[in-house]
Each structure stands twice: as C-alpha cells, then as structure tokens.
Design a protein around this ligand. Structure first.
Ligand SMILES: [Mg+2]
Length: 179
C-alpha cells in the first residue's frame, strides 16, 4: 500500500483562476492573466498582490473553491485500492478561517477521506511516503518519493524541472502514478 500526499490549492481546488476572475471583475482596469501568477516568479505589481491576498483572506474564500476536474474519481479509486491519501497544504495565515474552511471543504468533496486526512504543513519535505502531487515545484524539493508536478493551467512550458513528472490533468496523474 502506498502513502500519497496531495496538495490542495491548484491541485484539487482551483484557486488562481478564481483570483484572476475576481480581480478582473472588480474593474481595476489592468486585467491580469493566469500567466502573471506563474510560480515561482509572479509578474504582478505589489499593489495587485496585496489585493489578491485580501481576497484570499476573506471568509469563505477557501470553502467556495471549485474542485478540480477528475481528481475525486482518481483519489477514490486509489482509496478503494487501500492506499493512504493525505492532503498536505500550506496554511494561509492571514486568513482567520483558512484552517476550518479547508477541513470543511475536504469533508464536503472527499467525505470518504474526511478532515483527519488533512495535514497543514509548509515544509512538505519533512514528509516520507511514496508519491507527492503538488503544483509547486519548490514545495516538493527534498521529498524522497515520486514527485508529480501538477500543471493545471499549462504554465510550465519551457522550464526545466528536475526529478519530477509533469501532469496537466488528473487522468494524466493516474496514468503516471499507475497504481
Ligand atoms: Mg498548490
């Protein structure tokens, strides 16, 4: 049986697309794109970054994020096969409700895993296990198992990511991990 760690924001919960939509709908006049938010070097002004951080800190932000297509079925299949799935997420401390909303979100979309499978952790390299799936390359550095870089918004073209396998859909994740 494998131990599988799954990031939340932009791996199972759509986050950046919601931020971009919210900002552009607010009428600031300088529309941003998903490419502007590509880690590790985002290309947005400090003022815009602060506005986005304000959105993230609003109560309800995390609970209302949509679930990424396809992830529920893949994780359910693995769960039924007997593998151990944990969500590992870096908390957004400026949000007073981040912790409880993420737990409620998992209960809502993944009731067969539930909130006890959520680990709040910034240093994900401390974990040991078989597979880690995350949209942030830097968060997976130091993890000894297989690393799947999840590229939901197709933003990784042309960059050299060492030691990871890249997937843009959960069908690709399933095929790569091949349990
Ligand atoms: Mg993430």
């Amino acid at each position: 049986m494998k131990i599988i760690y799954v990031d939340m924001d932009d791996t199972v919960a759509e986050c950046d697309s919601i931020l971009v939509g919210k900002y552009n709908m607010s009428g600031y006049g300088d529309n941003i794109t998903l490419a502007c938010l590509t880690p590790p070097h985002t290309r947005i002004k400090k003022e815009v970054r602060n506005i986005l951080r304000g959105y993230i800190a609003e109560p309800g932000f995390f609970f209302n994020l949509p679930v990424v297509d396809g992830c529920r079925q893949v994780l359910l299949d693995w769960h039924r096969m007997g593998h151990f799935i944990y969500f590992v997420t870096k908390p957004f401390y400026p949000s007073k409700t981040c912790f409880i909303e993420k737990l409620d979100w998992v209960d809502n979309y993944f009731p067969w895993l539930g909130r006890y499978r959520v680990i709040f952790l910034q240093e994900k390299n401390l974990l040991s296990g078989d597979v880690m799936i995350d949209d942030r390359y830097s968060f997976m550095l130091g993890f000894k198992g297989r690393r799947i870089l999840f590229d939901l918004y197709h933003r990784r073209n042309g960059r050299d990511y060492k030691g990871v396998e890249i997937a843009t859909t959960w069908e690709e994740v399933k095929r790569l991990v091949n349990l």
